[in-house]
Design a protein around this ligand. Sequence first.
Ligand code: URA
Length: 214
Amino acid sequence: MSKSVKEQMQEMKEESLSCEDCEKLVRTRTQVVFGAGNPESSLVFVGEAPGENEDIQGKPFVGRAGQLLDEILKETGLLRDEIWITNIVKCRPTKLNESTGRLSNRAPLVGEIKNCQKWLEPELSLIDPTVIVCLGGPASSAIIHKGFKMTQERGQWFTDTIYAPFVIAAYHPAYVLRMHGASFDKSRQLLVDDIAAAKQKAIDEKGQPKMTLF
Ligand code: URA
């Protein structure tokens, strides 16, 4: 009997846990943070890379940005268990903060994003989602097109990627958290709107070939 998507994803995850392709990341990571949720979902969220909390807990989006994402998922009527959440890079990129002597987060390097496609591509291809929401610029550049401009291109539908028939870019929750006052409210609302549009698209496209339920 052929293996279920859940079983295949579990195998892929287990294999990824011993990946040592990025020398710098291997040195400081606690663990690889693979995607989580329902691998049979038609709706997938892709972020940048794990931060400190994700590195410790081994799950994507469990820190402050993840709490905001959870809040917004709830507002749009989505549950983590019915979607898939992952990152373009699966180990926490860090730099040494000279003044505190502690590690802080940094953006993933181009080479790290490239190396990690080894996991992202089969992961997305196994799920075969109808809709992908790219959270932030790096995920959008990796999935939609190089040099993606969040200010000009967020909230639009892209139908020509290899990863899913419908892809949309939304603000990263960590970006929203850096805003204050009216800017916070405005960017938070745009994130809500983009996630609600993604949910609606997944519902509207239900019944199309290859669709699975949430
Ligand atoms: N930011 C991300 O892009 N991914 C996470 O998993 C957490 C924070």
